[in-house]
Design a protein around this ligand. Structure first.
Ligand SMILES: Cc1ncc(COP(=O)(O)O)c(C=O)c1O
Ligand SMILES: N[C@@H](CCCC[NH3+])C(=O)O
Length: 436
């Protein structure tokens, strides 16, 4: 790691990767979380490299019996250090924008290790992806097929395409914002229209149908929605082959594997792997996965300092220096994130844990039994490795937090905390007035 590595008190080699409590103190791997808060400041995201590796290896091993590729979904946590770590493990990536393509390239991913998803890709983004030589583009509409064909023609190449199917099944994600495979959703091509879209590829000389794709939702806690979707998508592949689409060789089943935030059942990785592998084997295709949350959520913790305590209307408030701009999930999805003290006081209270942002919807937890933390105490918001920092904003002109990677008994700042100057860097004081 070299540059940027700060030294921490090592506590010996016998630790498990991840977050654990020892001697009244919260650790990430072998590094006390409180030490990181003091050295780096708060709010700060902390990631355990070991947990990311463990999750990746577990999933990859479970799929051992079938030709497969695990393409990490960059949107979940796009930090270059996380991307490099997964690249070193042998992962590919699933990207949804030119910006994510840029990150993937910076992290060292080759074009063939990239699949390009997303419902609204621009011609420029498609061109950048083709220039990079991506494995395939997950196309979500006939309009996109036409644009991709034009872009590929201008480049003198044939674009490899997977059609993203909306299998139109019932999805059990905890919030409707993160379901994507039900009838009427904006994502994918409606099930009954996929054969027409496939036929269209025939009349477009610069695209070739090489795969079928689905992504039905996020934070799924059972295999049933996958099973329903796989059945429908498999029937479609069989039908398309009967229609003479004989170059279909990839089945991309998207992401969606859930993690435990509170009391959800943990993903049964073996059951999932067996189910998707069976579908791939029956179709004689290479299986492609796009897990995001599963690989990184549990590896992350958001450290935040308690600023104040107060009571209002009989309610107890713990006011922290992290808010909805740092971690949006609680206010956006009413998502539950466990909150632990890095050095618990032992006594607990029922409180709302809220941030400094000028919105009543700025909360990290409501009516929660939490440590009776006092100003200056440091709390950790658990399971914050996915859709945490990536959804952070500068609302209220708040600089975005630092990110720290822990690996065993050492840690490194992988993203510097933003500074006030960063907030106005793109803004112009001297205005360059133009007229139409
Ligand atoms: C196309 C696509 N693939 C993969 C993912 C990753 O999902 P998850 O983080 O639930 O694994 C998403 C996000 O839901 C997505 O939109
Ligand atoms: N941002 C969502 C997941 C969205 C998945 C993107 N397709 C979350 O935090 O749960």
């Amino acid at each position: 790691m070299g540059q940027g590595v700060l030294s921490a008190a090592a506590v010996g080699p016998d630790f498990e990767p991840g977050f654990s409590s020892r001697d009244g103190e919260l650790y990430c791997d072998a590094v006390p979380a409180g030490h990181i808060a003091e050295a780096v400041g708060t709010p700060a995201y902390v990631y355990s490299a070991g947990v990311v590796r463990q999750q990746y290896r577990r999933l990859d091993a479970a799929l051992g019996g079938v030709p497969h590729r695990v393409h990490y979904s960059v949107k979940a946590n796009s930090n270059l250090a996380i991307l490099r770590l997964l690249q070193a493990e042998g992962a590919g990536v699933d990207i949804v924008s030119g910006g994510e393509l840029y990150r993937a390239r910076e992290a060292g991913f080759a074009g063939r290790d990239i699949v390009f998803s997303g419902v609204g890709k621009t011609a420029r983004e498609l061109d950048e992806a083709l220039a990079e030589g991506v494995l395939f583009v997950n196309v979500e509409s006939e309009g996109e097929l036409v644009v991709l064909d034009e872009v590929a023609r201008a480049r003198g190449m044939v674009a490899p395409v997977a059609l993203r199917v909306n299998p139109e099944v019932m999805v059990d994600s905890p919030h409707h914002y993160i379901r994507t495979g039900e009838k009427g959703h904006k994502f994918g091509i409606p099930y009954d229209d996929v054969r027409d879209a496939a036929r269209l590829t025939r009349s477009l000389p610069n695209v070739e149908l090489v795969g079928i794709d689905m992504h039905i939702g996020s934070q799924l806690s059972s295999f049933e929605p996958y099973a329903d979707a796989l059945e429908r998508v498999s029937a479609l592949v069989t039908q398309l082959r009967a229609d003479d689409f004989d170059r279909i060789r990839y089945l991309d089943v998207g992401g969606g594997l859930g993690v435990v935030y509170r009391d959800e059942p943990a993903t049964d990785v073996e059951r999932y792997a067996e189910g998707v592998a069976r579908a791939a084997r029956a179709l004689d295709v290479t299986l492609v996965l796009e897990p995001g949350r599963f690989l990184v959520a549990e590896a992350g913790l958001l450290l935040t300092k308690v600023l104040y305590r107060k009571r209002s209307g009989g309610k107890e408030y713990v006011i922290t220096d992290a808010g909805m701009n740092d971690l949006l999930r609680p206010s956006h999805y009413e998502a539950f994130h466990e909150i632990v003290a890095t050095r618990p006081r032992g006594h607990r209270v029922v409180a709302d844990v809220v941030g400094p942002v000028c919105e009543s919807g700025d909360f990290l937890a409501r009516n929660r039994v939490v440590d009776d933390a006092r100003p200056g105490d440091v709390l950790g918001i658990r399971t914050a490795g996915a859709y945490g920092f990536v959804m952070a904003s500068n609302y209220n002109s708040r600089p975005r937090p630092a990110e720290v990677l822990v690996d065993g008994d050492r840690y490194a700042v992988v993203t510097e905390r933003e500074r006030y100057e960063d907030l106005v860097r793109q803004e112009r004081a001297a205005l360059d007035w133009r007229t139409a």
